[in-house]
Design a protein around this ligand. Structure first.
Ligand SMILES: CSCC[C@@H](NC(=O)CCC(=O)O)C(=O)O
Ligand SMILES: [Mg+2]
Length: 366
């Protein structure tokens, strides 16, 4: 496929409510979108990097710079998604930037051939069950109201962000209010250390599906030690940046579940490799989220339909984060999202909405 040009576009997307995690509070997303233009199609990729390097080392401005100076120039004149991965491999890190570019190339390629992301990736379902991620709140009553609202919308799983000082109480309150049967999990975003093991073991009483990334992203051995000291299954997110990391984590017993985020691992091709590897080892995976717009959300929902994605993901409806999405909104129906069936990611930005939220565009001719 010949690439005639690539656009980098920044958009400002206010969140419907602040989203607080152990590493900070988001009130808006400053999103970097990549559009690849070819003679007979165009493709979109969303860079999930936050404004600041707080979730990982990447951030939106840095991703734009890496794309502009190194990644886009490295692409051959004619390339497909697999060739993109090979061309970008020599550059270290910048996986979210790489993912955005590779996804845009893949989207253009699939739109041109008429194949959907779901079909290309190997989806086994036409809709996926959806969980929701609930941030740290100012009070337990506020948290319970939020959880009640999400449950009434139909979400099939609740994930609570936790941190030291906000962990046992919110989990206990949700269990006491909504009962033992609501699928419930927690995400610490690396807020604890192995010395907290006795405290984290107290979560075992609440029959959680998993505890996500309790320790630092490079604490692979410590996660294995923690997993031997608690009964709640350990799920890794930030620690798994590649299929090699997934293989190491499984071998070490650092996790028994993996949160697969294509953005974190460099794209959907690597995400599928991790899915395949985990499935071969009987390790469940689920699709994580980075507060994507409908562009990234569409591709994530397709990935979440693969057979090894046996746990509900953070593939929530557009309205979980945005009053107005830049694509036709993803809407929860009976706790599920439909998998886009059209060519490529199967959704298109609504141009006048996109233009309204655009803060900058940059065209790079090939
Ligand atoms: C701003 S926090 C983004 C990373 C976080 N993502 C979520 O909690 C889910 C966000 C979503 O629903 O997209 C995670 O660590 O899993
Ligand atoms: Mg997480």
């Amino acid at each position: 496929m010949k690439i005639t040009g690539i656009e980098m576009r920044r958009i400002a997307m206010p969140l419907v409510a602040p989203f607080r995690t152990s590493f900070g509070t988001e009130t808006a997303r400053d999103v970097l979108l990549v559009r690849v233009v070819t003679p007979d199609s165009e493709g979109w990729g969303e860079c999930a990097a936050m404004s600041e390097p707080l979730y990982s080392s990447e951030y939106a401005d840095g991703a734009a710079e890496a794309l502009r100076r190194f990644l886009i120039p490295a692409l051959p004149a004619r390339v497909d998604a697999f060739g993109t991965g090979r061309a970008l491999a020599p550059f270290k890190g910048h996986r979210m930037a790489k993912a955005a570019l590779e996804t845009a190339v893949l989207d253009a390629q699939l739109r041109s051939s008429g194949q959907s992301f779901a079909s290309f990736l190997g989806a086994a379902a036409e809709r996926v069950p959806c969980g929701v991620s609930v941030g740290i709140m100012d009070s337990i009553p506020e948290l319970l109201d939020a959880v009640e609202g999400y449950l009434s919308e139909g979400y099939v799983r609740i994930k609570l962000k936790i941190q030291p000082g906000w962990d046992l109480a919110p989990v206990r309150a949700v269990r006491e209010r909504f009962g033992p049967d609501v699928p419930l999990q927690v995400d610490a975003n690396a807020a604890y250390t192995l010395t907290d093991a006795p405290h984290l073991a107290k979560l075992d009483a609440f029959d959680l599906l998993l505890i996500e990334q309790p320790l630092a992203n490079d604490d692979m051995v410590q996660h294995a030690a923690l997993a031997r000291r608690i009964t709640t299954p350990v799920c890794l997110d930030e620690s798994i940046e590649s299929a090699e990391h997934a293989a190491a984590a499984i071998t070490l017993g650092a996790c028994s579940i993996i949160n697969v985020k294509p953005a974190r691992v460099g794209g959907y091709l690597e995400a599928r490799r991790i899915h395949d590897l985990a499935r071969a080892h009987g390790v469940a995976v689920w699709c994580g989220g980075m507060l994507e717009t409908g562009i990234g959300r569409a591709a994530n929902v397709a990935l979440a339909a693969l057979p090894g994605f046996t746990l509900p993901g953070d593939t929530s409806a557009s309205r979980r984060y945005f009053a107005t999405d830049i694509t036709p909104p993803f809407e929860l129906r009976d706790g599920h999202l439909n998998v886009p069936a059209g060519p490529g990611i199967g959704v298109d930005p609504v141009q006048d909405i996109l233009d309204e939220v655009t803060t900058s565009t940059e065209w790079i001719t090939r």
